[in-house]
Design a protein. Structure first.
Length: 408
């Protein structure tokens, strides 16, 4: 049996990747001897794993000598190749040089750790599976031997050049020239990669994520009011303030809005909500803060919400959209990343322009509110149909394991 080494940020410790990987690892275990390396030493075990799954926790600070690693990095040919690449992109400045050096230092430190892990699997064919296309992927491609392969998923933050990463992600071409398979969660992501970086179409493919069936437990009633939910971290790129500004414009409809999720600007956004919405007699809102993913989904499943609303400025393809569609809940989202692959405007939800105005969203909500009951049920039926046809976890993960990983 081949050994698959899955490299995550946190899974199975802590919350962030639990919704991504909880189900996928069950299918990986069926065909591989599974080893998980979590780059997390802070959180308790969140998703218990069977005894046959080998767990390791990488401590990024243990044995990390910045001076030695910096000197070693300066001796690496790829370090200078990336500086040349950076210059070609017209991104060569001090901040970029620091990013290149830090990437190389982290890669070299992780490579040493990785070699200590794989020593016990020397006689096994190994597939390295990096869940994020970052320095760990570079470590894998520079560590692998002839009987070893590297597969890397790309989502959003590890793919798109954005303001939050200075429109520059280092070592993409150098790393992925040596990767055996690049896996994208959306067609938009694959197209963006092959048109932005060195084209890797010969070894790239789309393999969508999937979620469990969570068919709604609550009957959806006909009404001329709205129940809305948003479910995300509270950070700038999620633009929750735009939901607040939208609701502030609506006076003639009874609205209940619940936000699930915490983050570094939680208090600031909550205060803004109180300032803008407390005086509105037609509106009730609640910020629930942090909830475990299963608890949050059980809660959403127990309420007949009209929509999940996502107003992010950037996305890969949100798991929350797949999860609520499995309950038959339509989604309103911005046309960023692969969102238009899951939302068909007017069919299973509504697609907003990336830079929409609050009045645009308010118009959608007000027009929807007075739709015939049959039209609302049409949206809900199609939301569930989208999950069933494209984001069913048993179909997507079996395809990934049987048709991609096992054929490497």
């Amino acid at each position: 049996m081949k050994t698959l080494i899955l490299i995550t940020n946190t899974f199975p410790y802590g919350l962030p990747e639990s919704s991504f990987l909880r189900e996928e690892v069950k299918y990986l275990r069926e065909k591989f001897r599974l080893v998980i390396i979590a780059r997390n030493i802070d959180n308790e075990l969140y998703v218990p794993q069977p005894a046959d799954v080998v767990l390791h926790r990488y401590n990024a600070s243990k044995g990390y000598n910045p001076l030695i690693l910096a000197l070693l990095s300066l001796c690496q040919r790829d370090f200078y190749k990336e500086i040349v690449n950076c210059k070609k992109q017209r991104k060569l400045r001090l901040a970029s040089l620091v990013k290149i050096l830090r990437f190389m230092m982290r890669s070299m430190h992780f490579s040493k750790y990785l070699k200590s892990i794989i020593a016990s699997f020397a006689d096994s064919d190994i597939i390295y599976y990096t869940y994020w296309n970052d320095y760990a992927t570079y470590s894998c491609v520079t560590t692998k031997k002839d009987n070893q392969r590297v597969v890397s998923r790309l989502h959003g933050g590890d793919l798109y050049k954005l303001s939050i990463n200075g429109y520059y992600l280092p070592f993409k071409d150098i790393t992925n020239d040596k990767v055996d398979k690049l896996i994208f969660i959306s067609e938009a992501g694959e197209k963006y990669y092959n048109s932005t970086y060195r084209n890797q179409a010969d070894k790239s493919c789309v393999c969508r994520l999937g979620v469990l069936h969570r068919r709604g437990k609550t009957q959806f009633h006909n009404r001329e009011s709205l129940k809305l939910v948003s479910f995300s971290y509270v950070r700038d790129i999620k633009r929750i303030d735009l939901i607040i500004d939208t609701l502030a414009l609506i006076d003639n409809i009874e609205i209940e809005w619940v936000h699930i999720g915490a983050g570094y600007i939680f208090d600031k956004v909550l205060q803004y909500a109180h300032e803008k919405l407390d005086s509105k007699s037609n509106l009730r809102f609640e910020f629930k803060g942090y909830m475990k993913n299963d608890d949050a989904l059980d809660y959403i499943n127990s309420v007949d919400f009209d929509f999940l609303i996502n107003t992010s400025s950037t996305e890969g393809l949100p798991m929350t959209m797949m999860e609520v569609m499995s309950m038959g809940i339509p989604v309103i989202g911005t046309d960023v990343g692969g969102v238009k692959e899951i939302i068909t405007n007017g069919f299973n939800g509504y697609l907003l322009d990336a830079n929409f105005s609050p009045s645009d969203l308010a118009k959608i909500l007000m027009e929807y509110c007075f739709l015939p009951y049959e039209d609302k049920l049409f949206l809900r039926s199609n939301a569930f149909k989208m999950w069933k046809e494209k984001y069913n976890e048993s179909v997507n993960f079996r395809h990934f394991v049987n048709d991609i990983l096992l054929k490497l």
